[in-house]
Design a protein around this ligand. Structure first.
Ligand code: SAH
Length: 340
């Protein structure tokens, strides 16, 4: 049986039409699910008995469950247990502009980035749409707050779960659903070029972030295996197409890894690569993990790198550090839990 939170409004409308009901039933249900936030279908008081029975017989309402919470300053990390016993994480960050939730899209990840904890535990499966939707709903319910921004930067590669992720975006972006503005939603990808090309034709105003992390193929091949499938020139090529088509600025995430990608030469090379592109670089101090091979670049070097980009006319910011004390780097809490 399919979970009701897997359905976009269009799909629910199709369902009701297919059973000979009026299409507006779908809207009523959506309203109960996403505006009134019912806990069970009996609470849907304006829906006639027959229809409720039909829904009960054909849809599941199961939720995902929080099993651990870690608290930090302006940041909270949640470990969820899924119905099949798998674990995923979400991280809530309190900003002055709102509450941002970083959600997971897969159980594990197959991209194998060397510095990333999520990749150490291989992908077990894709998340279903409802498991992404409920990361938001359950946290809003428990914390009694509204999430204003969603970033798909938790465990998993969103574009390796393209269809479910797209449905998730359509549900949360729908004014009749969670009503999150597209510009408040960010998809982050390690660079699946074919999916970026597909995504630019979806006509969504969602922000795109690329986990770039290296200024040339030699370094990128070493830390991100995906680069052997789609190298930097193919990646930059599709990003140029994306910018031309959507007229949207693209974010380049760049983790600072000591002695790997943080030299002055790297900064110069990156500046040349991005010159003239409608892009901005978000430098991320590496959140150290159990993997001792990678260290966080010292602050002076981060500043030096930043200054070179700035001097070369590249838009750049350094990400405020949130999660380091509570293991909030992508996949860290789950990987500790699974090792216990
Ligand atoms: N697979 C997607 C989204 C998940 S990773 C992607 O690659 O973009 C989200 C971001 O966190 C990526 O930029 C990733 O490279 C980064 N990241 C992973 N481990 C990290 C760590 N220990 N410290 C800081 N950033 C990390």
């Amino acid at each position: 049986m399919n979970n009701i939170y897997n359905y976009t409004l269009d799909e629910l409308e199709e369902y009701f039409l297919s059973i000979g009901e009026k299409k507006f039933k779908a809207l009523q249900i959506f309203d109960w699910l996403y505006k009134k936030r019912v806990k069970c279908i009996d609470e849907m008081t304006n829906i006639k008995k027959d229809t409720l029975k039909n829904i009960e017989n054909n849809f599941k309402f199961d939720k995902i469950e929080i099993v651990d919470i870690k608290n930090g300053k302006d940041v909270k990390k949640y470990l969820f247990k899924l119905e099949d016993g798998n674990y995923i994480e979400a991280v809530l960050m309190i900003h002055n502009y709102g509450n941002s939730l970083c959600i997971s899209t897969q159980v594990g990840c197959n991209m194998g980035c060397k510095f990333c904890e999520s990749g150490r535990l291989k992908k077990k499966r894709n998340l279903e749409t409802y498991e992404m939707v409920q990361q938001i709903l359950v946290i809003e319910d428990v914390e009694k707050l509204r999430i204003s921004h969603v970033v798909l930067m938790g465990i998993g590669e969103p574009f390796d779960n393209y269809d479910n992720v797209l449905k998730f975006i359509r549900i949360i972006n729908n004014p009749k659903g969670l009503e999150l503005g597209a510009r408040h939603i960010t998809i982050s990808t390690c660079g699946l070029v074919d999916k970026i090309r597909k995504f630019m034709n979806e006509n969504l105003q969602v922000n795109l972030a690329i986990s770039f992390h290296a200024p040339n193929d030699e370094i990128r091949n070493k830390i991100m295996p995906i680069n052997k499938r789609y190298n930097i020139s193919e990646l930059i090529g599709v990003i140029k197409e994306y910018i031309k088509k959507t007229n949207r600025r693209v974010t380049f995430e760049y983790i600072m890894l000591e002695g790997i990608n943080d030299s002055k030469e790297c900064a110069k090379e990156l500046s040349i690569l991005l010159k003239g592109l409608n892009a901005y670089v978000n430098m991320i101090p590496y959140n150290e993990t159990n993997n001792i091979e990678y260290k966080r670049t010292k602050n002076e070097k981060i500043v030096e790198f930043y200054d070179i980009l700035k001097k070369n006319g590249i838009n750049v910011t350094v990400r405020r550090e949130f999660g380091s004390l509570i293991d909030a780097a992508c996949g860290q809490l789950r990987s500790k839990h699974e090792e216990e």
